[in-house]
Design a protein around this ligand. Structure first.
Ligand code: EPU
Length: 423
């Protein structure tokens, strides 16, 4: 098991470039399985742990998946698929594997996938996905945790989501792309990743309008083909490096970003006293003040403040001047980083989905444990700003969503190293 050892207190300086976003690359890899002709190549793809798991799953189904390191691309040949069963051993490693369901249902009219369990951040059911599939003519059986779904003739339907679920919207878009007739998804997720995903499906031959809006209209087509595509860059990774620069009173240029996708993060950090410059259309420079000012945050679906940046921002609030109120409305258990930040000297009270953070002048290094991807990121950021040594355990969580985070931070001047601990 790997861990990070961080000697805090160095302002970050330099340039970091952001790669394609995991949370659209994974659905695109699944959607590539709907391309019965041609090969799909996704470019500017970081070789993350989640990607490796999904590549194994894709190969289990009989398709081919290869990562080409030299040009950071993943190539998927789905012309031959001979299975529609995704084994539990792989599915349990990554909830996003459930995105295979919409793709398999669309192309083959069936899927057999283990019910993804809850995870550290919440119960995370898949009822919206399944209800939508059922409206499209699918029968779903749940036997001992294995979900088996079959549709004799998948047909279009009007589906109103109770909540704008991110992967729920993507799964339904995939199934509907190859269904008979028109599907309307109301209260669809509006994240930039959903818009990009719709553009990707259209490039494969789908007919989708309203991508990135609450109403998505999908006119089913009979086939899709493999394509070359470059996914949008990762706004959460960009936001994490923005916070790292701000928190260490550093000055960092972040390249290959879409500034529109980062508006709310920029606005919050500006309110906290962070300065921004824009040297190019797809770059920004973050300049952290000597001490930030406390702000309140409420997480919401896009275009609200993203839940995935709540933990990193809480690391900042821990040392900001004043008192912050944080309300996590998206997931029911996304404050596990708070207890670890408290071990580093933070003053945080959590009550259910709300937290009060009283900013302290500084944090002190301590051994801490990452319990999920973004909680882990928050602890690394706290460690960069803390006095003394911080050891972040269970960095496999970070490897799921940040490509060589320690190398990138070290290139910005951080004193951070990865250690392998046997045990
Ligand atoms: N929900 C249900 N039923 C469903 C689906 C969702 O009740 O059928 C609830 C969830 O339990 C949660 C809320 O709806 O309380 C929102 O969940 P959503 O479905 O939008 O989340 P997700 O699709 O499972 C994706 C990202 C997450 C990100 C959220 C919110 C991927 C692979 N994952 O999850 O990313 O936090 O959207 O934006 O796209 C991360 O990258 O660290 C991460 C957790």
């Amino acid at each position: 098991m790997d861990r990070f050892v961080i000697e805090g207190g160095r302002p970050l300086k330099g340039t970091v470039a952001v790669e394609g976003v995991k949370n659209v690359i994974l659905p695109m890899m699944c959607a590539a399985l709907m391309g019965a002709e041609g090969v799909t190549t996704l470019k500017n793809v970081p070789f993350l742990q989640d990607l490796k798991v999904l590549m194994k799953l894709i190969e289990e189904l009989g398709a081919k998946a290869e990562y080409i390191k030299s040009d950071k691309s993943v190539v998927i040949d789905a012309t031959k698929i001979d299975k529609t069963v995704a084994p539990y051993e792989l599915v349990k490693q990554m909830r996003a594997s459930f995105l295979l369901s919409g793709a398999l249902l669309g192309r083959f009219g069936e899927f057999h996938i283990s019910m993804p369990g809850g995870c550290a951040i919440g119960a995370r059911p898949v009822n919206f996905h399944l209800n939508g599939f059922k409206k499209m003519g699918t029968k779903v059986m749940d036997k001992e945790g294995l979900l088996s779904a079959t549709a004799e003739k998948l047909h279009g339907a009007t589906i109103c989501l109770d909540y704008p679920s991110h992967t729920g919207t993507e799964n339904l878009m995939m199934a509907a792309a190859l269904a008979d007739g028109v599907t309307i998804i109301e209260n669809a997720a509006c994240e930039p990743e959903i818009e990009d995903f719709g553009n990707f499906l259209n490039a494969m031959g789908a007919k989708i309008t309203g991508n990135g809006t609450p109403t998505i209209v999908i006119e089913g087509v009979t086939s899709l083909k493999g394509i070359d595509y470059t996914p949008i860059s990762d706004r959460i990774v960009a936001g994490t490096y923005m916070v790292a620069a701000a928190l260490t009173s550093g000055e960092v240029r972040i390249d290959n970003i879409n500034i529109t996708h980062l508006r709310i993060a920029i606005s919050k950090l500006s309110d906290m006293g962070v300065a921004f410059d824009y040297p190019a259309d797809n770059s920004l420079i973050v300049k952290g003040p000597s001490r930030m000012t406390a702000v309140d945050i409420t997480t919401m679906p896009h275009p609200g403040f993203p839940t995935d940046l709540q933990a990193p921002l809480m690391a900042c609030l821990s040392v900001s001047d004043g008192v912050s109120f944080v309300w996590e409305t998206v997931f029911e258990n996304r404050f596990t980083h708070a207890a670890e930040l408290i071990r580093m000297g933070a003053n945080i009270r959590v009550a259910g989905d709300k937290a009060i953070v009283v900013g302290v002048p500084s944090l002190v290094g301590a051994p801490v444990m990452a319990s999920d991807l973004r909680a882990g990121a928050a602890l690394v950021l706290a460690g960069l700003a803390a006095k003394g040594t911080t050891i972040v355990d269970r960095v496999y969580h970070l490897d799921r969503g940040y490509d060589h985070m320690e190398t990138k931070l070290a290139a910005l001047g951080a004193n951070i190293r990865r250690e392998n601990v046997r045990g």
